[in-house]
Write a protein that binds this ligand. Structure first.
Ligand code: SF4
Ligand code: SF4
Length: 454
């Protein structure tokens, strides 16, 4: 249950045509993993950075001044600098920021066969649990352990995660499995490339591979002992693509085929993902909202855009290289300077942005859009509701589901009885989307067609 003060604050934000804010602090770009889907992997040659405690404190102070509600510490690999991370979690918790998140690539779970493994896990879990950390993610790239371990370069790490999870639970921490969508998610090369001009058989094969891979993935992480899961949509930015104005300041992108999905593939991906998530919602607390997946599918199928991203308005990213704020990790052309300085952001007259599918910013933008619009453009909301009933049906379902999930409080176990109400009666065999027309796909700031106003 949300505390009355927090509820009051959130309502006030909506009244000001804002949404509860979020800050992602990239505390380091050092990493020890080999993920092919990421420009920060250990094989990449570039000058590495980490933020000082003073820089991070200053960013957190800036967040407090803007009454930001959620701060994430990301990397690189945050646990490479565990002492600094814990210090910052304490600092942010002491500053009354209620939603604190961080995570790991899992390197700490290696060597599960060594005699001191359990003791090491107890120590780590106890230290994290002593802070105000709310959500702790562990990246998992594939349903197949060997594939995941090869991608990360951490042999044996899945067995370590399986052993560590009950220890974390005993300390009151319920980590989430974080899947970055990639072509190995169901096993090595499990997701084929779908050519732009494809036959219906190729299309069916692509959907089936996605469906089976995602299904295996959610089953696997639940069997490992995870109770929460999240999905990062593919961040295959093509900075040379016409209409794109992106320059990644956050290096978690790659042009590697393992993580590159063409727009026509994304339309099918978002639809299939929604279908599989529905089937697993009664077993796992899965954050990815159906309304957001639906909006993204619409964007890539028909060019209709939902609620614009709040990056640069309510959500910000602070980079490890300079400690500067950006509207997000991908609008690297828009350096806003240190986050502690006053009144940053792109302002109310900004162009609505739909340039990427970074779920950290896109999902909450869709989820909060209707509430903001209700208070500021009720006629626009009514128009949107008339034009797109499906979005609002899913949005309402998401809100009910989020409530049943305890709003993904990673310090509490799941209430399986409540989750059980979301059991899908059967596999949702909705008609698959039609082949995406070339002209309908939207990139860049402007959608072919928007639903209502934003
Ligand atoms: S995805 Fe994460 S763990 Fe993998 S190389 Fe990039 S920063 Fe490191
Ligand atoms: S959609 Fe959001 S996260 Fe993506 S580029 Fe635009 S502001 Fe950034």
């Amino acid at each position: 249950m949300m505390k009355p003060m927090r509820l009051w604050h959130n309502l006030n934000q909506f009244r000001r045509n804002r949404v509860p804010g979020q800050l992602v602090i990239q505390m380091t770009d050092w990493c020890n993993a080999r993920c092919p889907q990421c420009g920060m992997n250990t094989t990449q040659c570039f000058e590495r950075h980490r933020l000082s405690l003073a820089q991070m404190k200053s960013a957190i102070d800036g967040a407090v001044a803007r009454r930001i509600q959620a701060v994430s510490f990301t990397g690189g690999e945050p646990l490479l600098h565990l002492d600094e991370l814990l210090t910052m979690l304490d600092y942010a918790g002491g500053s009354r920021i209620p939603y604190l998140r961080t995570g790991t690539n899992g390197f700490v779970f290696r060597h599960a066969d060594r005699p001191n493994f359990e003791e090491r896990m107890h120590r780590l879990a106890a230290r994290l649990a002593a802070t105000s950390l709310r959500n702790f993610w562990i990246s998992i790239d594939s349903a197949d352990p060997v594939t995941h371990e090869n991608m990360r370069g951490f042999p044996g790490v899945v067995a370590g995660i399986e052993r560590a999870l009950p220890i974390f639970h005993a300390h009151g921490l319920f980590p989430s499995a974080n899947l970055g969508i990639n072509r190995n998610l169901g096993g090595q090369d499990s997701i084929p490339r779908l050519p732009r001009r494809h036959s219906s058989a190729q299309r069916e094969d692509f959907i089936m591979a996605l469906h089976q891979g995602l299904d295996r993935f959610f089953k696997r992480v639940a069997d490992l002992g995870f109770t929460i899961a999240n999905v990062c949509y593919p961040m295959s930015l093509d900075e040379d693509a016409p209409g794109d104005n992106l320059q990644a300041v956050y290096g978690a992108t790659s042009v590697d085929t393992v993580v590159s999905f063409a727009d026509h593939e994304k339309a099918l991906l978002f639809e299939t993902l929604a279908r599989v998530i529905r089937a697993h919602r009664s077993r796992l607390r899965i954050f990815a909202p159906l309304c957001s997946l639906y909006a993204l599918k619409q964007q890539f199928t028909h060019g209709k855009c939902g609620y614009a991203c709040r990056g640069g308005i309510d959500f910000f990213f602070v980079d490890a290289a300079q400690g500067h704020a950006f509207p997000c990790g991908y609008r690297g052309h828009e350096d806003l300077g240190p986050f502690s300085t006053a009144d940053q952001g792109v302002g109310a007259d900004h162009l609505p942005c739909y340039q990427c599918e970074w779920e950290c910013f896109r999902d909450p933008s869709e989820l909060t859009g209707p509430i903001r619009e209700l208070l500021h453009q009720p006629m626009g909301l009514l128009r949107r509701m008339r034009q797109d009933r499906e979005f609002f049906r899913l949005w309402w379902q998401d809100l009910r589901y989020y409530r049943a999930c305890g709003f993904f409080d990673g310090r509490r176990p799941p209430d399986l009885e409540k989750l059980g109400r979301f059991a899908a009666p059967e596999w949702h065999r909705e008609p698959a989307p039609q082949t995406v027309p070339q002209t309908a796909v939207s990139r860049g700031n402007v959608c072919v067609q928007t639903v209502g106003s934003n």
